[in-house]
Design a protein around this ligand. Structure first.
Ligand SMILES: Nc1nc2c(ncn2[C@@H]2O[C@H](COP(=O)(O)OP(=O)(O)O)[C@@H](O)[C@H]2O)c(=O)[nH]1
Ligand SMILES: C=C(OP(=O)(O)O)C(=O)O
Ligand SMILES: [Mn+2]
Length: 624
C-alpha cells in the first residue's frame, strides 16, 4: 500500500512536495493526504516561513477577488456575506463521545458530526486552490508554544493568519514526528459573484476534541474561520484544564505605575465589550488584545499573548477616543478592513467621527443611504461587527519585549468585566483569589452583542467571558482555576470592571474613564492606596479617584458622579446572586466553594441592607 508521503508526492507539484517532505512527520503527512483527497482542490500551495510564500498568499487574495486594494498602499478590503457577519453559535458544535453532554454548549455525537461535516466538505474545493499553512500559538521555543496547521481555500483566511500569528513551518521541521499539533480544515465553499460564501444553510463549525481538529465550512467571517483564533481556543481550553494552566479570552497589557513601575494586567471581557479598546489606551502599553495563555512558572502566574496581531472591531474607532488605532488605520501598514463602507478607495465606518459618504460599496453590495435589506431594516454604512486586521508591530504603544519574551510576563492583576447596565460598580477588587474567581469571573453576565448572530442587548451568563468557547465541563473549568491559584506562591489580584452602567438611557461613564480604573488597580496591586471595604469587595476612595482623574485625564471628578457610579445596588446584586445560583445549582460537578462564596456574599449584602438600606452610598462604608 502506498504510504501518505507517496500519495502526497503524486498529488502535489514538485516544488510544493519538497516543502512537505522537509517536515519529517508521518502524522502530518497522513492528515494532509487524507484531507487533500477528500477536499479535491484543483491546486495546492504550501506556505513556508519565507516572505515570498506570504506574498503569494497576499497576492492570491486579490487575484481571487476575496480582497480588493484600497487607495492607501498595503490596505485591502474584504467582504463577508451579508448574513455571515458574526460568529454562528447555532451551527458551532463540539463533537463529543456518545453519552457525554456539556452544559450550555451545542454538542453532537462525534461519529454523527464527523459524518455530517465530511459529507458537506466532500469535494468542496473543486476548482479552488488549497493553502496549507503552518503557525504557532504563543511565542516560539517556549513552554507556551503550540503548533498548528491550517488547510483553507480562502486566501483571505490565510492572509489574516499571517498578520495574526507567528509563522510555524520551521517549527514543524524542527519538531519532526509528533502528533502534538492542532489541525484546522476550512472551506469558504461555493462563492457568489461578490466572492462571499453562498451556501450559508450548510455553514458548520465542528470542533473535534478527540483529534484536536476543527472543521469550518461555508463561511468566511473571521470568528468562524481563522483557525488559530476562536477555533483553536476551544482546543487549548481543553488542554489547559487537562494540564493545569489557563487558556483565556483576555487582553494582556502593561499599566505604567509611579517611577517607571511596570505592572501587567489581563482582562477578560466578552466579545465587543472593550478588550481591544482597553489594551489600546495610549499612555499604557499593549501586549495582546484577545487571547492569553497563563502558566505557573516558578510559583508566579506568567502570561503570553497567543497572537501577534489584532482582529479588532472598527465601529466607533475615532480620533479622539482611540488616537493610536486611528493613526495606525491611516498609515500605510498592512491592514485588511472587513465589512466597511468603501468610496473612492477609502474605508469608512459607523461612529468614526467624520462625515461618511451617502453611497459606496459595503457588506450589502452597492450601498446608498436609506437602503433596506430583505427584512426591511435600514442598512448602516458599515456592519457593527466590521473589523480591521493588523499586526501589533504597527502600534507605537506595543510592549515588544513582553510580546517576545518566551517566559511571558508576570501577571499583577486579572480583570473581569462585561456589559452590565445596572449591577456592578465601575471597578472593584476581590477579597481573595477564590472570591474573585467565583463572584467576579464565574458570575460574569453581559448583554449580548453583534459579535454573535442573534438578538443584541440580552443579559446573558458568560463566566470568564468564555462561555461560547468552553469545551470542558464548567465545573472542571472552575476547579482548575481555583487550583491554579492555590498552587501559586504569589497570586495576582483579581478585579472586576463595568464600563457600561446606564441610568435613564445615559452611560454613567465616558470611554476613557477606564484609564483611571487601570491606574487605581495598578496602585492596589502594590498596596499604594487604601480602599473601602464593601460587601462585594474593595472599591476606590473618592479622593484617590479625584486625584487620578485630574492626573490622568485632567478632568474634575465630582462627589456626585462618584456616588452615582459606586453606590452599592443591593437589590440588583442580590438578584444577580440568585440568578447565578440557579444556573449552577442543577449542574453536577460544581466545586462546593462556589456556593460557599456566593452564600457569604449574599449574607454580607443582607447585613448591609439591614444597616443602610437598599442603595448604599460608598461614603457610608467609610464612616459607619
Ligand atoms: N459605552 C462604552 N462603550 C465602550 C467602552 N469601551 C469600548 N466600548 C465599545 O465597545 C465596543 C467593542 O469594543 P472592543 O474594545 O473592540 O471589544 P473587544 O471585542 O472585547 O475587543 C466598541 O464599539 C467600543 O466603542 C466604554 O468604556 N464605554
Ligand atoms: C473574533 C472575535 O473576538 P472578539 O470579538 O473578542 O474580538 C469574535 O468574537 O468573533
Ligand atoms: Mn477584540
Amino acid at each position: 500500500m502506498e504510504n501518505a508521503l507517496e500519495k502526497l508526492e503524486n498529488i502535489l507539484e514538485k516544488e510544493q512536495f519538497e516543502k512537505i517532505r522537509k517536515i519529517n512527520n508521518p502524522y502530518l503527512h497522513e492528515f494532509l493526504a487524507e484531507w487533500i483527497e477528500w477536499l479535491q482542490p484543483s491546486k495546492i500551495f504550501v506556505c513556508t516561513d519565507s516572505p515570498e510564500d506570504e506574498e503569494y498568499v497576499r497576492w492570491k487574495a486579490l487575484y481571487y477577488g476575496e480582497e480588493k486594494m484600497l487607495e492607501m498602499p498595503r490596505h485591502t478590503v474584504h467582504y463577508d456575506n451579508y448574513y455571515d457577519q458574526a460568529r454562528d453559535k447555532t451551527n458551532t458544535k463540539l463533537l463529543v463521545p456518545k453519552g457525554v453532554t456539556l452544559p450550555f454548549l451545542n454538542t453532537i455525537e462525534r461519529e454523527e458530526g464527523l459524518r455530517e461535516i465530511r459529507e458537506i466538505m466532500k469535494g468542496i474545493m473543486k476548482g479552488k486552490e488549497l493553502f496549507i499553512c503552518f503557525f504557532v500559538l504563543g511565542p516560539k521555543n517556549s513552554v507556551f508554544t503550540i503548533p498548528a496547521v491550517q488547510l483553507t481555500d480562502s486566501a483571505y483566511v490565510a492572509h489574516s493568519e499571517f498578520l495574526l500569528y507567528r509563522k510555524g513551518y520551521e517549527e514543524f521541521v524542527r519538531m519532526g514526528p509528533t502528533r502534538n499539533f492542532l489541525r484546522f480544515v476550512h472551506s469558504a465553499g461555493e462563492l457568489d459573484e461578490r466572492k462571499t460564501s453562498k451556501n450559508l444553510d450548510k455553514r458548520r463549525i465542528y470542533i473535534d476534541l478527540v483529534d484536536e481538529t476543527v472543521y469550518s465550512a461555508n463561511t468566511q467571517y473571521g470568528g468562524n474561520t481563522i483557525g488559530l483564533k476562536k477555533l483553536a481556543f476551544r482546543l487549548t481550553i481543553q488542554r489547559a484544564v487537562r494540564e493545569g494552566w489557563l487558556s483565556e479570552h483576555m487582553f494582556l497589557m502593561r499599566v505604567n505605575g509611579p517611577n517607571g513601575r511596570k505592572t501587567y494586567f489581563t482582562g477578560a471581557y466578552p466579545s465587543m465589550c472593550g478588550k481591544t479598546s482597553t489594551a489600546m489606551i495610549p499612555w499604557e502599553n499593549i501586549v495582546g488584545d484577545d487571547l492569553v495563555f497563563i502558566k505557573n512558572l516558578d510559583g508566579r502566574a506568567r502570561a503570553v499573548n497567543v497572537e501577534i496581531g489584532v482582529f479588532g472591531i472598527i465601529e466607533g474607532v475615532n480620533e479622539k477616543d482611540d488616537p493610536i488605532i486611528w493613526k495606525v488605520l491611516h498609515s500605510p501598514v498592512e491592514i485588511i478592513f472587513s465589512n466597511v463602507l468603501v468610496k473612492d478607495g477609502k474605508p469608512y465606518w459607523n461612529g468614526m467621527g467624520i462625515p461618511i459618504p451617502d453611497e459606496g460599496e459595503n457588506h450589502s453590495g452597492k450601498w446608498w443611504r436609506g437602503k433596506k435589506d430583505a427584512e426591511g431594516r435600514e442598512i448602516p454604512p458599515s456592519h457593527k461587527n466590521a473589523r480591521f486586521t493588523v499586526r501589533l508591530e504597527a502600534f507605537p504603544n506595543l510592549d515588544r519585549e513582553a510580546l517576545e519574551n518566551p517566559c511571558g510576563v508576570e501577571v499583577g492583576g486579572m480583570i473581569f468585566g462585561g456589559r452590565d447596565p445596572d449591577t456592578w460598580p465601575p471597578v472593584r477588587e476581590a477579597f481573595s483569589w477564590q472570591h474573585g474567581v467565583i463572584t467576579m469571573g464565574a458570575s460574569l453576565e453581559s448583554e449580548t452583542t453583534a459579535a454573535t448572530l442573534g438578538k443584541e442587548g440580552v443579559r446573558a451568563f458568560n463566566p470568564m467571558s468564555i462561555l461560547d468557547f468552553l469545551s470542558v465541563h464548567i465545573g472542571d473549568y472552575i476547579r482548575n482555576y481555583l487550583e491554579f491559584g492555590r498552587k501559586l506562591k504569589k497570586t495576582p489580584k483579581i478585579f472586576a470592571v463595568n464600563y457600561f452602567l446606564r441610568e435613564n438611557g445615559q452611560w454613567l461613564n465616558e470611554k476613557l474613564d477606564k484609564a483611571v480604573w487601570l491606574k487605581w488597580m495598578e496602585l492596589r496591586v502594590h498596596g499604594d492606596v487604601e480602599a473601602i471595604e464593601t460587601p462585594i469587595g474593595y472599591i476606590p476612595k473618592y479622593e484617590d479617584l479625584k486625584a487620578l482623574f485630574k492626573q490622568v485625564l485632567n478632568k474634575e471628578y465630582t462627589r456626585e458622579d462618584y456616588e452615582k457610579q459606586f453606590k452599592i445596588r443591593v437589590p440588583e446584586l442580590l438578584a444577580k446572586i440568585d440568578r447565578i445560583w440557579k444556573i449552577y445549582e442543577p449542574l453536577d460537578n460544581i466545586p462546593e466553594e462556589l456556593f460557599e462564596e456566593l452564600e457569604k456574599e449574599r449574607k454580607r449584602l443582607l447585613e448591609a441592607r439591614e444597616r443602610y438600606g437598599e442603595y448604599i452610598s460608598p461614603f457610608k462604608f467609610l464612616n459607619p
